[in-house]
Unconditional design. Structure first.
Length: 547
């Protein structure tokens, strides 16, 4: 980089020569990738460049440009990170623009996507590339989509579509603006008994809806319970646990690593034995985790943890949380009973018991937990937003490869980025629809006020001055002058035609009025009456007048 810095005032445009000298080939390549990827519009790029140039001691680099685009809301951190790593493809899937990964599962990654026309945010669950070549796994992925499509409950993540694009299969699901319960505990600490009761009521209500339709989750754990920012809980990954658990293969062994801390004893022995009671067991383990911050049974490896689910004594929550009500501790113990027959008979029964416990919380409405702040788009959150245990069906970096690195990037995008056409700082903020809220907002606001004052002053100039200015502009531009003369002749012709029309109408009006007056004032003709003389029966004379 040249290290040249540029200072820009609100009344002037950027020095384009200096701007060009500030962009080395690395920075230009970054801009090419951003444009070729379809993530950045030319106008957005211009706004960010002008904003950065308005800052003192500002020189350009890919990282500085990326930070500016993130601050302007044009790129997400994940998109910028991929662009900085040299990627220019893999940011779109079907009709959706991928914003960032928001979760990991045994079947692959879940991305936050924005529909490119409707601008609606959705969660896209994408089947890994290696699974698309396995008809068995692909069919089970489709079965999950069909199962979700049959469910419609406020405490279950809704599925809207199943699609394929570029050889990638994905499910379009409701986006839950919040975090999963595993993340919530890792970030905010353990929860109160009242909060846990409320969350268990919501989760049980959603599971009851699924169980009544013959669908068993089989993978209940904190990472699969999503808490929205308004306190509503959503059960996610419904039906996912049925995939890959039928046989104790290497794949099934890896899949069990994701559920070993919360899996029911009968499910660990044979996944086909998992029914609604297994969901109740996993929900009890989840409640234990929310209250204590760790799983009920710990061990050095998966086999030890699975064995303790089978044989170890059920831990008492109150030994760790003295403030936990005894009634809640007893209910969690029943939910975690080794034998399914010792657990609550159904989610309907469990829901009734939880609601009775929840009545001890005055003034707290059902199904609304305490509002929490959402997971922010930061590197820290990317690091701790993991499943309860590691997943193994992902790529080395934990993401699904949706496209190869773009090696055929051209200068077409850069050619459209004309530095000579960069807007001024005042122009940058003059558009009311501009979403940018960068570091120059105060400067641009002052510039807008000054420009508005100049416009007011120009509007108040004497008419003679304005006329002189108009004549000067016309003489300076012959094309505009000829256009002005043509318009003048057209105006004169229109005026003449209008005068003729008015004259004809006036004459017609006079004629009509004259005819009316003559008709009214014309005297009536005189008629002489006729006299007829006759006689009556008595020979009396009778006179008859006829008109």
């Amino acid at each position: 980089m040249s290290g040249i810095t540029v200072s820009v005032t609100s009344s002037t445009k950027p020095n384009t020569a200096n701007v060009k000298s500030m962009l080395d080939e690395t920075t230009r390549s970054f801009i090419r990738r951003a444009i070729d990827a379809g993530l950045v519009e030319i106008d957005d790029l211009k706004r960010v460049v002008v904003s950065l140039m308005a800052e003192t001691d500002c020189s350009f680099s890919p990282k500085i440009l990326a930070d500016g685009l993130i601050g302007a809301g044009v790129l997400t951190r994940w998109q910028a990170k991929k662009l900085l790593l040299g990627r220019s493809k893999g940011f779109y899937l079907g009709s959706y623009r991928l914003l960032r990964p928001i979760g990991k599962g045994g079947m692959g990654m879940v991305y936050l996507g924005e529909h490119h026309v409707m601008k609606r945010l959705m969660a896209l669950k994408i089947l890994p590339p290696e699974a698309t070549n396995d008809p068995r796994r692909l069919n089970r992925f489709k079965e999950e989509a069909r199962a979700c499509a049959h469910l419609d409950h406020p405490n279950i993540v809704r599925a809207y579509d199943f699609a394929e694009a570029g050889g990638r299969y994905y499910i379009v699901m409701e986006f839950v603006d919040g975090i999963d319960l595993h993340h919530a505990v890792a970030r905010d600490g353990v929860m109160s008994s009242a909060e846990v009761i409320d969350l268990m009521i919501q989760a049980t209500s959603g599971l009851e809806h699924a169980h009544q339709r013959g669908i068993v989750h089989r993978d209940i754990k904190p990472a699969n319970l999503l808490l929205r920012t308004d306190g509503v809980l959503k059960v996610s990954d419904l039906g996912l646990a049925r995939v890959g658990l039928g046989e104790f293969s290497e794949e099934a062994n890896r899949r069990l690593m994701g559920t070993a801390d919360f899996v029911a004893p009968e499910q660990a022995m044979n996944s086909q034995n998992a029914d609604a009671s297994a969901d109740i067991y996993s929900l009890g383990c989840t409640a234990f985790y929310l209250l204590t911050g760790h799983a009920p049974f710990e061990g050095e490896n998966v086999k030890q943890r699975l064995a303790r689910h089978q044989t170890a004594e059920i831990p008492d929550v109150r030994k760790i949380r003295k403030d936990c009500p005894k009634s809640l501790s007893i209910l969690i113990g029943r939910m975690m009973a080794k034998r399914p027959c010792d657990r609550p008979k159904s989610t309907t029964e469990l829901l009734g018991q939880l609601k009775r416990l929840g009545t001890g919380t005055p003034g707290k409405p059902d199904h609304i937990a305490n509002p929490i702040k959402p997971a922010s788009d930061t590197d820290l959150d990317d690091g701790i937003y993991q499943a309860t245990l590691e997943d193994t069906s992902l790529s080395s970096d934990g993401e699904i490869d949706l496209g190869q690195e773009g090696s055929n990037a051209t200068d077409s995008g850069m050619g459209e980025f004309d530095f000579a056409d960069l807007p001024s700082v005042a122009d940058l903020m003059s558009e009311p629809s501009t979403p940018y809220r960068g570091p120059i907002a105060n400067k641009a606001y002052a510039a807008n006020k000054a420009r508005a004052a100049n416009k007011t002053s120009a509007a108040n100039k004497p008419r003679a001055a304005n006329k002189a200015s108009a004549n000067s502009n016309a003489s300076a531009d012959p094309v505009k002058a000829r256009s002005s003369k043509t318009d003048l002749r057209s105006d004169r012709n229109q005026t003449l035609l209008l005068g003729v029309g008015l004259a004809v109408a006036f004459i017609a009006l006079i004629v009509v009025v004259g005819i009316g007056v003559y008709t009214v004032s014309k005297p009536l003709p005189q008629v002489n009456p006729k006299i007829k003389l006759t006689e009556s029966d008595k020979n009396s004379p009778i006179v008859i007048f006829q008109k």
